[in-house]
Structure formats: structure tokens, C-alpha cells
Ligand binder design. Structure first.
Ligand code: NDP
Length: 295
């Protein structure tokens, strides 16, 4: 147990953010451009509001200008599309992010499709995802959470090439792009989802597990091959009377059990979460550099 490495996402995210800060300063000093990120939030979901607040704070710390639009739940699709179109045309804005989920009366596909691909810092435009899936093609942006997972593996020198990786979950924003990325890194990838029979038999084969399900403590110690590396994307509130807030956050992996079996694991919180925001800043910087042809 003493040899188990806790993958410190907070620390790595801080390192990444320091590197981003230095690059932003270099760009500002040499061409006078400050990266800009526009965030569109529709409705009053508390978790979404928290994410948007955190992103805004992170932008400010990094020296990225943030443009925030908060629209009421009953807004129309046209209103959202108008903001997107204005941001598409705005040279101060290099990244546009529509906070998901959108209210149910809106067509998510249509709205994500409206973000111009050069500013799609979330990497959710179908063209970006398509390029991610194709051999020999390069997406303009890689979705932030899966990019953060891979960055953690890289920074901890976890070999991916030739390894067996299992991704649990196949959502458009985490599981599916995570599986595509692992495959691009030459892992042999299996995807486990809600219709998979005996998932533990598949995960037990894995050298690397990325869990993105949304089910607290679903992955037990017995699901894990000794020495495997575990990236836990799940963020699940569970009741906890001893916590002043009345709840605490746990991952999709039963941490107490997993840490006895795995060679390395991300904690929740403090694992993937901070990396997601760092990757958003990284994508925004990348976009500002590309749009301004700054090397
Ligand atoms: P979704 O609900 O969109 O997707 C969940 C996936 O898990 C689906 O593919 C679903 O399968 C699969 N699944 C559900 N139940 C089971 C099961 N019993 N066994 C195997 N697979 C199952 O969630 P997201 O991908 O958006 O998010 C997943 C988790 O990651 C959540 O806890 C979320 O809060 C967290 N998250 C964390 C982020 C971070 O920055 N750390 C960012 C984004 C999300 P099927 O397709 O068959 O329905």
C-alpha cells in the first residue's frame, strides 16, 4: 500500500497552469494579444453555475479574459444562437463554451454545431470529434476532461502504448473521446457501458482504467488487476451528516479498496477535476495562438 502512488491532479494542474501563464505573458508581451474565453450558461442548475464560476476564476488567474453570458431557463434557442454568432465574429474571443446540459427544450446538437470550429475549445463540435476518431487526422481541439486524463498519465510516466485500457462510460463528453484518445496513444481499448455483462471481468484485464460513469463507488477493489492505473472521472455527491454541507464528493471507484490493489489512482476530489479546467485554459491559449499565428 505504501508504494501506491496517488496521482495528484491538483499539483499537476497547478504546473500546467504555471506553464500556461508564462505562455500568455510571452504572447501578450510580443504581440499584445490576451486570450479570451466566452462562456454561455443557460438556466439555473447549481452545479453548472459552480462550474462556470470556477472556469471564470481560473481564467482571471491565468490572464485570460472571460466573457460570461447567463441566460434564463426559458430563453429561446435563437437567443443562444445569436450570442454564439456574435462571439464567433468577435476577434477578442478565441474560445466559446456552452455549458451543458442545456434546458431540454433546446437542440444541443444544433447549438454545438453553431460554434465555429476554430473556437470550439470544448472540442464538442462533430467535426472535431470526427477528426479525433480518424487515423491520420488532427482535431483542432481535444475535449478537456479526457485530455486531462491523458495528461495525468503522461506526467506520471504511465506507459499507454501496447497496454490494455478499459473506459467505463461512453458519453460524448468523457467516455467516448477518452477511448478514442487512448486508442490514438496505441492502447488496446475496451469500452464498458450500462449494457455490458459482467463488467468486472473486463476491467480485471485492464492495465489502465478510466471510469466515467456517475455511480458512486461502482468499481470495487475486486474489479481491478493488481498494479493497474486508475483514473476516476466520476464526481458524485453522497450524503454525509459529518460534513457541514451535508454531503461529500466521491468518485466512481471505491478509493479505499482500489488503493490496496492499484499502482496509481486519482483521488476525488483533487484528481481529474482540476485538470479539466487546466485543459480548458490550455485549449483557449492554443486557440488564441493559432488564430494569431503566434508560435
Ligand atoms: P453520462 O451520464 O453522460 O454517461 C455515463 C456513462 O456511464 C454512460 O455511457 C452509461 O452507459 C454508463 N453507465 C451508466 N451506468 C453504468 C453501469 N452500471 N455500468 C457501466 N456503465 C454505466 O455521464 P458523463 O460522462 O457526463 O459523466 C460521468 C461522470 O463523470 C459523472 O460523475 C460526472 O459528474 C463526472 N464528470 C467529471 C468531470 C470532471 O471534470 N472531473 C467532467 C465531466 C463529468 P450508457 O451509454 O449505456 O447509458
Amino acid at each position: 500500500e505504501a508504494s501506491v502512488k496517488v496521482i495528484d491532479g491538483k499539483k499537476v494542474a497547478k504546473d500546467v497552469r504555471d506553464e500556461i501563464n508564462a505562455e500568455i505573458t510571452r504572447m501578450k508581451d510580443s504581440i499584445g494579444v490576451v486570450p479570451g474565453l466566452a462562456v454561455i450558461l443557460v438556466g439555473d442548475r447549481k452545479d453548472s453555475a459552480t462550474y462556470v464560476r470556477n472556469k471564470k476564476k481560473a481564467c482571471e488567474t491565468a490572464g485570460i479574459k472571460s466573457y460570461e453570458v447567463c441566460l434564463p431557463e426559458n430563453s429561446t434557442e435563437e437567443e443562444v444562437l445569436k450570442y454564439i454568432s456574435d462571439f464567433n465574429d468577435d476577434p477578442m474571443v478565441h474560445g466559446i463554451l456552452v455549458q451543458l446540459p442545456l434546458p431540454s427544450h433546446m437542440d444541443e446538437e444544433k447549438i454545438l454545431h453553431a460554434v465555429c470550429i476554430e473556437k470550439d475549445v470544448d472540442g464538442f463540435h462533430p467535426l472535431n470529434i470526427g477528426q479525433l476518431a480518424m487515423r491520420g487526422r488532427e482535431p483542432l481541439f481535444i475535449p478537456c476532461t479526457p485530455k486531462g486524463c491523458i495528461e495525468l498519465l503522461h506526467r506520471y510516466n504511465v506507459e499507454i502504448k501496447g497496454k490494455k485500457a478499459v473506459v467505463i462510460g461512453r458519453s460524448n463528453i468523457v467516455g467516448m473521446p477518452a477511448a478514442l484518445l487512448l486508442q490514438r496513444e496505441d492502447a488496446t481499448v475496451s469500452i464498458v457501458h450500462s449494457r455490458t455483462n459482467n463488467p468486472e471481468e473486463i476491467t480485471r484485464e485492464a492495465d489502465i482504467i478510466i471510469a466515467a460513469v456517475g455511480k458512486p463507488n461502482m468499481v470495487r477493489g475486486s474489479w481491478i488487476k493488481p498494479g493497474a492505473v486508475i483514473i476516476d472521472v466520476g464526481i458524485n455527491p453522497v450524503e454525509d451528516a459529518t460534513n457541514p454541507r451535508g454531503y461529500r464528493l466521491v468518485g466512481d471507484v471505491c478509493y479505499e479498496e482500489a488503493i490496496k490493489v492499484a499502482s496509481a489512482i486519482t483521488p476525488v476530489p483533487g484528481g481529474v477535476g482540476p485538470m479539466t479546467i487546466a485543459m480548458l485554459l490550455s485549449n483557449t491559449l492554443l486557440s488564441a495562438k493559432r488564430i494569431n499565428n503566434f508560435k
